[in-house]
Design a protein around this ligand. Structure first.
Ligand code: ADP
Length: 167
């Protein structure tokens, strides 16, 4: 039997990476030799983001600096095309709510149509982070609320720097 590196792909927008994402990504290590955390983007959506793509990738690298089996990258276009390019065995997605399931199961079925060799694995969100989303973090932070319980320390540091720069 030939042994090759088994890759799990964790795609998302990660604007910014939250403790919910971090939990799913670390748990993905049980499924693969290497986990690729990939920030998906398209040029048209550039303006609406809190952090630019390169900055999001840099933050992800900082969060997983302790774990050489987790790497960060960015990609454009379809998740399945990028999964194929990487030779990823699985795409991992987190499920928080029934709403997530509704959306994610349709997406997984479409992706299987497009690329039958790339399967999707769902991990149930840890209840501690089940209500955390990057969009809510952006909203709470934008309105002056505390987000220190929802994001990794590196993100919190960068948020404070960004606020200071804007002054
Ligand atoms: P968000 O929905 O927070 O903007 P992304 O679009 O970047 O996140 O999603 C990347 C993946 O992370 C998706 O599979 C999403 O379901 C999952 N995810 C997001 N937040 C959480 C959380 N709090 N717990 C578990 N999984 C999560």
């Amino acid at each position: 039997m030939t042994r090759s590196t088994r890759i799990a792909l964790c795609p998302g927008s990660f604007d910014p990476i939250t403790l919910g994402h971090e939990d799913i990504i670390r748990r993905s290590l049980a499924l693969a030799d290497e986990v690729v955390v990939a920030v998906g983007h398209s040029p048209s959506e550039a303006k609406r983001h809190l952090f630019g793509v390169k900055e999001r990738v840099a933050l992800i690298r900082e969060v997983f600096a302790d774990e050489p089996r987790i790497v960060a990258a960015d990609f454009e276009g379809l998740v399945v095309s990028y999964a194929r390019e990487l030779g990823a065995a699985v795409v991992v997605r987190g499920l928080r709510t029934a709403g997530d399931f509704e959306y994610e199961s349709r997406m997984a079925r479409m992706n299987r149509e497009l690329a039958p060799e790339v399967d999707t694995v769902f991990l149930a969100a840890d209840p501690r982070h089940g209500f955390v989303s990057a969009s809510l973090v952006r909203e709470v932070w934008g309105l002056g609320g505390d987000v220190d319980r929802f994001v990794p320390a590196a993100v919190l540091r960068r948020l404070h720097e960004k606020r200071a720069e804007a002054r």
